[in-house]
Design a protein around this ligand. Structure first.
Ligand code: HEM
Ligand code: MTE
Length: 479
């Protein structure tokens, strides 16, 4: 409003530390965000914008193009820039870091354009046991790096022989090619259901931030052993860290780590994958090399892999330390201590209904309703049963499980503890007499007899991760 103080850029520039106060500008407004810095979900990167404009940073982290972010910002408004300063600032706008993004399939439902985050429509997710790469969900934190396969090098640190640098053709020729079918799921899959209980911070994923593909590449275990992993390294190391080639404004790469045991175990099946569904990895999925850590949350499956570090420490990355962790429903942004919770690795049991869709109707004259969906569990635990109800959970039916595409031979059952791929399921359930609406519910059981919680509220958490309550879909019965 007109009675707010007017500032020059010079005055704003003086406030660039917690001591002198942290001021930023946005579209000509001036904001004192000193109090917000400590509770910023994106960590202390926010200080990069201190004393200047948010726009160039928010262009890189377009997660901020949401109403709830602007609402937070508005609480901190202290004034406006004088018109001359604002003009000067606008003319200095940098070029778009997202100008070289790959083209994407039009069916994808976009959660955020920059960085690109999208899921396939639920209605087509379970049409294929192996999800076609073009509609496989895509979760990027940064612009997609374009990597020249000839110039590509993979560095490995922390082994006895010093730093190793490996070309793509060496990776392909030196190690046997191994293929697995594995499901990837984002920790934020089904976050939108948590949002209905109470607002969480994160992309508003539906039920399709999960997909299944075949992956081929070298086993991480083989590569580490070849370059000198042995008892000496094993005695000290506890983690294997991965760094992507996608970098933020500070030059910091996307990163994550997994426990050493998972990386070197013969049963871990961790791949340095260069193929997805029988073809080179697509740019969105990590071309030319990504890590596939089957049974483990998507976030550790580092794409555009540039470096591997065998270490006694977890990755120092923001996404390992201050994100992708679970908390009590009673923990809020004012009280959360990210150090107090372990990084998510194996994911819990999950299932969801892909058909019918919420709000549609079924015909009473059909007598039965066909219900379809997917089920998967982390850590290689096999889905052993899916229960389906059409009366909100009063009575239950056991669905038929499927491990291949229609008309294809089912895959042989996986060795115990190595069930990396989802199961699709289907069942025809009689429509109860006189019911005018059906509340369809599904819940899965894994080989450890782990089951899904019945409601969302008791597992609500501020970041909206690990959302795996019974999935519920309401449909009308038409006469
Ligand atoms: C995430 C607010 C400035 C980097 C977030 C989120 C909020 C937020 C609410 C969570 C969004 C969601 O996941 O729905 C703000 C506000 C800012 C600000 C109010 C200014 C006053 C910045 C700046 C940077 C930055 C200047 C970078 C230099 C990030 C990152 C994330 C994030 C990296 C995490 C994104 C992810 O999950 O991948 N911010 N932010 N933020 N922010 Fe900010
Ligand atoms: N690797 C890099 N280098 N950069 C990223 O942003 N996103 C992670 C992971 N690997 C990410 C990454 C997250 S959070 C997920 S869920 C998966 O990639 C998504 O993989 P997809 O895009 O192939 O589905």
């Amino acid at each position: 409003t007109s009675d707010l103080p007017v500032y020059t850029l010079e005055e704003v520039t003086k406030h660039r530390s917690l001591d002198s106060g942290v001021w930023v500008t946005y579209k000509g407004g001036v904001y004192d965000i000193t109090e917000f810095v400590a509770i910023h979900p994106g960590g202390d990167k926010i200080l990069l914008a201190a004393g200047g404009a948010l726009e160039p940073y928010w262009a890189l982290y377009a997660v901020h193009q949401q109403d709830h972010v602007l609402e937070i910002l508005s609480e901190y408004k202290i004034g406006v820039l004088n018109p001359e300063s604002y003009k000067k600032q606008e003319s200095a706008n940098p070029s778009d870091p997202y100008s070289a993004e790959p083209t994407r399939h039009p069916a994808l439902q976009i959660n955020s354009l920059k960085p690109f985050n999208a899921e396939p429509p639920a209605s087509i997710l379970s049409d294929n046991y192996i999800t076609p790469s073009v509609i496989f969900f895509k979760r990027n934190h940064l612009p997609v790096p374009r990597v020249d396969p000839e110039a590509y090098r993979l560095e490995i640190e922390g082994l006895s022989g010093g730093v190793v640098s490996l070309s793509l053709s060496e990776l392909k020729s030196r190690f046997p090619k191994h293929t697995i079918t594995a499901t990837l799921q984002c920790a934020g899959n089904r976050r939108s259901e948590m949002n209905k209980v109470k607002q969480v911070k994160g992309l508003n994923w539906g039920i399709a931030a999960i997909s299944n593909a075949t992956w081929s590449g070298a086993r991480l275990r083989d590569v580490l052993l070849y370059y000198g992993f042995g008892p000496e390294v094993a005695a000290k190391a506890k983690h294997v860290q991965f760094e992507g080639l996608d970098k933020d404004v500070t030059g910091t790469a996307y990163g994550a780590s997994i426990p050493l045991n998972k990386a070197v175990s013969e049963e871990g099946d961790v791949l340095l994958a260069y193929e997805m569904n029988g073809e080179d990895l697509p740019p969105d999925h990590g071309y030319p090399v990504r890590v596939v850590v089957p049974g483990v949350v998507g976030a550790r499956n580092v794409k555009w892999l540039g470096k591997i570090v065998v270490s006694d420490e977890e990755s120092k990355s923001h996404w390992q330390q201050n994100d992708y962790k679970g908390f009590s429903p009673g923990t809020d942004w004012d009280t959360v201590d990210f150090k107090s919770a372990p990084a998510i690795q194996e994911l819990p049991i999950q299932s969801a209904i892909t058909h019918p869709a919420e709000g549609t109707s079924v015909d009473r004259s059909d007598r039965e309703v066909t219900v379809k969906g997917y089920a998967w569990s982390g850590g290689g635990r096999e889905v052993v049963r899916v229960d389906v109800s059409v009366d909100g959970g009063k009575t239950w039916h056991v669905a038929k499980l499927r491990t291949s595409d229609q008309g294809q031979h089912p895959a042989p059952p996986p060795p115990p503890g190595r069930a990396w791929a989802w199961k699709l399921w289907e069942i025809d359930v009689p429509i109860p007499h006189r019911a005018q609406e059906l509340e369809i519910v599904c819940k899965a059981v894994d080989s450890g007899y782990n089951m899904q919680p019945d409601t969302v509220a008791p597992i609500w958490n501020l970041r909206g991760v690990l959302s795996n309550a019974w999935h519920r879909v309401k449909v009308k019965v038409s006469e």
